[in-house]
Design a protein. Structure first.
Length: 178
């Protein structure tokens, strides 16, 4: 996993990041389809102003990891890398569990369709915002696969600030349908 690949990055990291980017693009396709569904049913978007910040932050997680590994010559350390990779796999599986559980209610934006009940199945049975727990865990695990601990730390701090705003917006919006 440490053989040089694209742009001097370890081949394993280039492959992992390509998979993550592909998965994120698939999420955006699903989110756009769900946004059209919600809008057709009178859905209202809340918190538009923080959405571009969220997009930039999530791109920064990927770019930051790649940059830190390239500039500092970080490598795959098996004692940290394998558990972190398992964490990445688990967080992505859990994210799709959230998406499946919410169905067309799921989105990367906060879009509320008036009159629809809150979803209380899947992980939403136990946690009100499981996807945010997943994002926190992945923001730590993904960079640590290749020991990019500075990116993990910086993303976690920036994400905490963003999630404070995002959860406030989402909780207010959800209170309108509860």
């Amino acid at each position: 996993m440490t053989h040089p690949g694209t742009l001097g990055l370890p081949a394993g990291l280039a492959l992992l990041m390509a998979a993550i980017v592909g998965e994120r693009l698939l999420e955006l396709v699903v989110a756009q389809r769900h946004a059209r569904w919600a809008t057709a049913r009178g859905g209202v978007e809340y918190g538009r102003s923080h959405y571009p910040v969220m997009v930039v932050l999530h791109i920064a997680l990927i770019v930051g990891t790649l940059t830190e590994v390239a500039l500092t010559h970080r490598t795959f350390l098996p004692a940290v890398g394998w558990p972190a990779l398992a964490g990445v796999a688990l967080t992505n599986a859990a994210r799709w569990w959230c998406i499946r559980s919410l169905g067309p209610h799921w989105n990367t934006r906060v879009i509320i369709v008036p009159g629809l009940p809150l979803v209380s199945s899947g992980p939403y049975r136990w946690v009100r915002h499981p996807n945010y727990v997943i994002v926190i865990a992945e923001g730590i695990a993904l960079p640590l696969v290749y020991d990019a601990w500075m990116t993990a730390l910086l993303f976690t701090l920036a994400n905490a600030a963003l999630l404070t705003v995002r959860m406030r917006v989402e909780n207010k919006a959800l209170a309108l349908v509860a």
